[in-house]
Write a protein that binds this ligand. Structure first.
Ligand code: ATP
Length: 358
């Protein structure tokens, strides 16, 4: 089992300094609006992913009028103590595990898996394709150690290729494009395979969790939209070469992938009700949790932000029942009402601790 025992935040978001010890499997975090409940969840997420769930700007993670922050934490992983320190100072970032700094932050990803469920997640359904790729990438990079490195290199090569396409055509451009194409194929193909192989079994898990959370059966589905289903990556790049030079960007490849979420064969984005979308998002995230748990052999941390505000009473009860069960690990759950948290967990077997924000 993975559990966070102690965390110290220094100049992270609204915190000048905060120390917390966690002794139970379920940790309720309560306090008024704006007291820093979500920020504490985000700090925990940062420990696991070396970045915030909400922003890629370290300036936004740093307390106003200061020049850096520090998150220092002790975790227990299968009986071993693990010490993670994340610091950002004057724009320089360091992540250390047990006093050894990483050369590449990607080496840390997947060691301390976590799943966040937050109000902005609706963007996974309603937003552009980038939101869905980001979600899928965050999941798959926790399962496959090579995934993130391939993705980072692919994106670098893609940028270089697009820069070349933006310059006026010169002798040798085609040869250089060939070199970039080879690299895109080399790094994009494994990503395509991982994404494609992952979805069929995953959909079944989403379906059963959807039925459970929603309290009724409706058919949900996820279609993987990718230009590589009918042709190889080399064929796709070759077929698009002329179009790419006219458009001055790479018009096909795994950076264009999308996921189509369906409810009873209709696009969820345009036709599902708000309640159906919420049930689906919970199903999606909880299925993600279960996949990671199976893959790792231990339960990830589960970070639940504001779920009481998002779901109706019945669905909240089912969710609480689920996460209190033996299959789940440490759960952090925020709410403005302490009594609501205490009531929700009082008859559950899992140990419960309430942390109150000042
Ligand atoms: N970089 C920063 N420096 C200082 N304060 C910040 C920074 N970023 C965010 N804040 C403050 O953090 C507070 C928001 O904290 P957070 O979202 O964690 O609150 P919350 O307890 O989850 O609130 P709610 O119950 O409304 O969801 C806001 O008051 C915001 O101004």
């Amino acid at each position: 089992m993975l559990s966070l025992k102690k965390i110290t935040l220094v100049q992270f978001k609204n915190y000048a300094r905060a120390d917390h010890r966690f002794t139970q499997r379920i940790v309720g975090i309560t306090g008024r609006n704006g007291s820093g409940k979500t920020n504490l969840l985000d700090a925990i997420y940062y420990l696991c992913f070396t970045k915030s769930y909400f922003t890629s700007s370290e300036a936004q993670n740093t307390r106003y009028n200061t020049n850096g922050f520090r998150i220092d934490a002790f975790l227990d992983k299968d009986g071993h103590e693990e010490h993670i320190v994340c610091t950002v100072k004057d724009g320089k970032k360091d992540i250390a595990l047990n006093d050894e700094s990483y050369e590449r932050f990607s080496q840390h990803i997947g060691k301390f898996p976590a799943v966040m469920i937050a109000p902005d997640d609706a963007e996974i359904i309603l937003g552009g394709s980038e939101e869905r790729r980001k979600w899928l990438d965050a999941l798959l990079c926790q399962l496959h150690p090579g995934y993130l490195d391939h993705l980072i290199t692919y994106q670098k090569v893609l940028q270089q290729r697009n820069s070349l396409l933006k310059t006026s055509p010169a002798a040798g451009q085609d040869l250089l494009l060939d070199v970039f194409d080879d690299q895109l194929i080399q790094h994009g193909t494994p990503i395509y395979e991982w994404r494609r192989n992952f979805l069929p079994a995953f959909i079944q898990q989403v379906q059963s969790l959807y039925d459970y959370i929603a309290g009724q059966h409706e058919v949900v589905n996820i279609q993987y939209l990718c230009g590589l289903h009918e042709q190889s990556f080399a064929q796709l790049l070759h077929a698009n070469r002329y179009k790419d030079t006219v458009m001055q960007r790479t018009t096909g490849g795994i950076h264009k992938d999308d996921l189509l979420f369906l409810l009873d064969d209709h696009a969820m984005k345009s036709s599902a009700s708000q309640g159906q979308r919420k049930s689906f998002l919970f199903a999606l995230k909880l299925a993600q949790y279960e996949v990671i748990r199976k893959h790792k052999g231990f339960a990830p941390l589960l970070l639940l932000d504001d779920v009481f505000e998002k779901l109706d009473q019945e669905r909240v009860s089912r969710l609480i029942q689920l996460v209190s069960g033996a299959d789940y690990g440490q759960v952090f759950i925020t709410d403005t009402h302490a009594t609501r948290l205490l009531d929700a967990f009082k008859e559950k077997e899992a140990g419960f601790q309430l942390v109150e924000m000042e």
